[in-house]
Ligand binder design. Structure first.
Ligand code: TRP
Length: 331
């Protein structure tokens, strides 16, 4: 039997190169050998965008364009809009009883995000418990594998704990998921910070224009001690080389550039020009597919409706088993 994969993204903006490297690439590769569900997590987006439902709704389409443009094939993958599957909210409610406040407070990703969003004292409860709703996403679709970036590992860990507790307490009906982290788990931001993030103003988006990509690359952080081209430079922690490693198909040439940069004699502008070329050969086909899709939004809407319906049928089945296991189907 084919294994099931589930992943998702919050539709709070367009997707970026970090999403591609961390998760989209894996999904595109695995969709032909696995039953694949891709969730547009609009309910999760509302956990920190409750006042902007219009923005969330708009971004559902942007994310869907990005999916199809990078090669997620709706004939083999099922794209599901989270709010179209109310079973997920029901399942979240049941799981909330299986998680303690202290355990949620220890989730390092939630902690980081709370700090970033300035939520230290005023965190919405929905945001705080989103790892629980994510466990509902993963288990409702009976996922075996969850391809995610490194920052999402704590969510999978919590999902596993919930599954074990549920199966032990009620009946063994839930599938235990495993995280699948890509070889390059995390792409740094253009500012050299450890993570590329939409809200950190250090992202290159899949939908950025040629000019914007060039401008972002030219403004990228490099080794601050590499002042003149002749100075020896540092490759470690230098995002220009991280991006080359992730996107330049010619690994030998990347190694050669690194060597020349280290000894001195290779200028930042030269490497950046090369990176722009590399990114453009990756982004050009994505951009043109995106433009094509934009002209046919009705087609995308149909894909989302059909995917959501198919996803809902699976979640419905899971909820039937869950309710039975919890003795909630007697009346
Ligand atoms: N939390 C994920 C993110 O911020 C999005 C997400 C929602 C997700 N539900 C999921 C990822 C289920 C994997 C599985 O990117």
């Amino acid at each position: 039997m084919r294994k099931t994969i589930l992943t998702g993204d919050r539709p709070t903006g367009p997707l970026h190169l970090g999403h591609y490297v961390g998760s989209l690439k894996n999904r595109v590769e695995l969709q032909h050998t696995h039953e694949t569900f891709v969730l547009i997590a609009d309910l999760q987006a509302l956990t920190d965008h409750a006042d902007h439902p219009d923005q969330v709704r708009r971004n559902i389409l942007e994310v869907a364009f990005d999916y199809l443009a990078v090669g997620i094939d709706p004939n083999v993958s099922t794209i599901v809009v989270q709010s179209g599957v109310p079973e997920l909210a029901e399942l979240t409610m049941y799981y909330l009883n299986l998680v303690t406040l202290a355990r949620l407070q220890r989730n390092p990703t939630v902690k980081d995000e709370m700090r970033q969003k300035g939520f230290d004292t005023d965190v919405p409860v929905g945001f705080f418990v989103y790892p629980v709703s994510q466990a509902a996403d993963i288990t409702a679709f009976k996922a075996h594998l969850v391809p995610v970036g490194e920052d999402q590992l704590p969510m999978i860990e919590q999902s596993v704990e919930i599954v074990r507790r549920f199966n032990r307490t009620y009946a063994p009906v839930l599938v235990e998921p495993t995280a699948l982290v890509s070889t390059i788990a995390r792409l740094p931001g253009t500012d050299g910070q450890s993570k590329m993030g939409k809200s950190l103003a250090n992202a290159i988006f899949l939908s950025d224009s040629v000019d914007v990509v060039a401008q972002k690359v030219m403004g990228m952080y490099t080794d601050p001690k590499h002042v003149r081209a002749d100075d020896p430079g540092t490759v470690a922690g230098n995002p220009v080389f991280s991006y080359l490693a992730a996107f330049d198909p010619d690994a030998a040439s990347v190694e050669d550039l690194k060597r020349r940069y280290r000894v001195g004699g290779l200028g930042d502008v030269t490497v950046k020009r090369h990176l722009i070329e590399v990114l453009e050969s990756f982004l050009t086909p994505i951009r043109s597919r995106r433009e094509e899709l934009r002209r046919a939004p009705e087609q995308i809407i149909r894909i989302l409706r059909e995917g959501t319906e198919r996803g809902r049928a699976v979640a419905h089945e899971t909820l039937r088993d869950v309710r039975h296991a919890m003795h909630l189907d007697c009346y």
